[in-house]
Design a protein around this ligand. Sequence first.
Ligand code: ASP
Length: 295
Amino acid sequence: MMSRNSRYTILVHGGTVSGPEAVTEDRLHFIKYVVETGRQRLAAGAAALDAVVEAIVSMEDSGLFDAGKGSYFNRDGFVENDAALADGHTGRAGAAALLRRLKNPIRAARLVMERTDHVMLAGATGEQVLIDLGAELITNPSAYFTPTTTASVMPDLSGTVGAVALDTDGRLAAATSTGGTRHKLPGRVSDSAIIGAGTFANRSCAVSATGKGEYFIRRSAAADIALRAAYAGMSLQQSADYVVRELIGRQDSAMGAVIALGLDGKPVISANGYGVLHGHAADTAGVCTGARIAT
Ligand code: ASP
């Protein structure tokens, strides 16, 4: 039974940052705009799923992040995009991977969830199915994609984008979109597209990750965060800190960060390196953006 209340929150990330030089004003300003717009949508009664999809679409279109227009090229000089979304209330999820010609990978993931019986479609054949289902095609990909410049300051990492939201009906949703790691091998799929690794939501929390995807996949990181909070007596913040800092950070020596929301709507942000570009807005507080996470 859904209970209508006045509580809502949107929290987004724009990827991990290796140091202060990667925290650019244009990205922070854009994140501010995204969360302010998301807050207005949620205040007007939008579903958490719609709020996270629209937030990701605008970040994909901005060219400022390693997702959609700003995606990094792979080793062979072309873009292969991945995205996923999870609707915590219904338990449904959708993902699309290795997309070369679609404008909004997150909308493609939504098409998979809503218009097929599957969870993920990938590669050229999956992309063709999505085009047949109405996904917006880029007519000239080599002219459209203009990789964002964060690569110069963090060669191994990206400006993956993610969003989590709680709506006024108590529903949670998560979405993540990425061009993946710079110079990745063709055919490599990121954690962002894998439900339970870089993206996860259920009825108690929603999680979106960024960082070295291979480690998030190996550790089923996003699901692990949700399940520790459900069964191990940890708060969502403690659970996120344990997985991001202790497991992926200390034990794996890999960089990573997550954003998460529970039913209390309190933003959870955890990073094991310098930080993660993030922003949030809620019924209870004004827009807040930043990058550094106190460790
Ligand atoms: N997780 C992304 C990937 O592995 C990269 C990132 O978020 O920095 O493709």
